[in-house]
Design a protein around this ligand. Structure first.
Ligand SMILES: Nc1nc2c(ncn2[C@@H]2O[C@H](COP(=O)(O)OP(=O)(O)OP(=O)(O)O)[C@@H](O)[C@H]2O)c(=O)[nH]1
Ligand SMILES: [Zn+2]
Length: 314
């Protein structure tokens, strides 16, 4: 069952900036992305949208010219068309599109929507994982999944656009499936005591998964997307982000762990191999619990239930 609008959080994009990147899956280009920072009326966290495609625009960022707001202030919060250059003076005019606003209300009036991307796009809803994305943890595959999602989007090809690489990673500040970093660290200790990831959460009096994905739906609607191909193995995400009549999940793109893809190349060493696949007994157990207890849509690889011998820690 998909959500109805009445349950949706209200989100507002408060800043957007261009990020030149180091990603280069095709060895051809170093694409630019546009980072969008959101506030919302459900929690006090700053959730993010990592947007590939300059013509994917946030309604809430652009919709108003606030009282007393100058062109320069709009440029600074990222509500501009085109590019920023040291000699740029016009905030709201680019490629023949000029933004116009109602004098009294400040609301956007122009044909802005015609210049906005509105096709089906690859999208990843990704929850924060400090340990896996920053502290090199081999307990999970979050960092690997994040990179894979970026590479998938960069290899996508949207024919109708000048800039062909289009997609969005919604980065939700939902550390530890929503229980927070301190509780997640306690769960790790329980896991070292022999519990699986679900049992550890329950022993700490948390649900197996404490996340609500509706902020992601609101962000995707704010970015004016109506149809997405979702990069995930999690069946809950597929159902949770759909909004009747407004946001449809057209298909699922599986996130297959890199180590499953290159098993032949496994040299038996712990953790990462040459292409950065995560290898450890902990990640095997993490994936097994996702499949067996959380219904993740991954086909069990041959070695998943075998005794894991690759995880000798030095
Ligand atoms: N409680 C808990 N959370 C964890 C553990 N390992 C990773 N996480 C969190 O699990 C979440 C993983 O998020 P995602 O990769 O977006 O989602 P997913 O449900 O695995 O679904 P996919 O889209 O298939 O990746 C992050 O918030 C991590 O911080 C763990 O052992 N215990
Ligand atoms: Zn993780």
């Amino acid at each position: 069952m998909s959500n109805f609008n009445k349950d949706l959080p209200i989100v507002e994009c408060i800043a957007r900036a261009r990020i030149p990147t180091t990603r280069d899956p095709n060895h051809k280009t170093y694409p630019e992305i546009f980072l969008h920072l959101y506030k919302n009326n459900r929690d006090n966290k700053e959730h993010l949208a990592i947007v590939f495609g300059e013509d994917i625009r946030s309604k809430s960022l652009f919709k108003k010219r606030y009282p007393e707001e100058t062109q320069y202030e709009r440029l600074i919060r990222g509500a501009y068309l085109g590019k920023l250059t040291p000699d740029r003076t016009e905030a709201d005019s680019f490629n023949g599109v000029t933004l116009q606003f109602d004098e009294k209300t400040g609301d956007l009036l122009s044909n802005f929507d015609q210049d906005t991307f509105n096709g089906k796009l690859p999208v990843r809803i990704h929850s924060e994982c400090f340990t896996g994305e920053t502290a090199w943890s081999a307990r999970c595959d979050c960092g690997e999944q994040f990179d894979l999602a970026g590479d998938y989007i960069l290899q996508s090809n949207v024919e109708s656009c000048m800039c062909k690489q289009h997609g969005v990673i919604v980065y939700l500040r939902q550390e530890g499936r929503g229980i927070g970093l301190s509780e997640k660290l306690k769960a790790y200790n329980l896991q070292d005591l022999g519990k699986d990831t679900v049992e550890a959460n329950l022993l700490l009096n948390h649900p197996a998964d404490a996340r609500d994905f509706s902020i992601a739906s609101s962000i995707l609607l704010d970015l004016q997307l109506s149809e997405v191909d979702l990069l995930t193995n999690n069946p809950d995400k597929l159902k949770a982000i759909e909004i009747d009549g407004k946001l449809k999940c057209a298909s699922r793109i599986p996130m297959v762990p890199l180590s499953w893809k290159d098993d032949e190349q496994n040299d038996g060493s712990n953790h990462n191999n040459s292409n950065n696949a995560i290898r450890s007994k902990e990640v095997e157990s993490y994936l097994r619990t996702k499949i067996e207890k959380m219904g993740h849509l991954l086909t069990t690889p041959i070695n998943l239930h075998a005794n894991i011998s690759v995880a000798k820690t030095e």
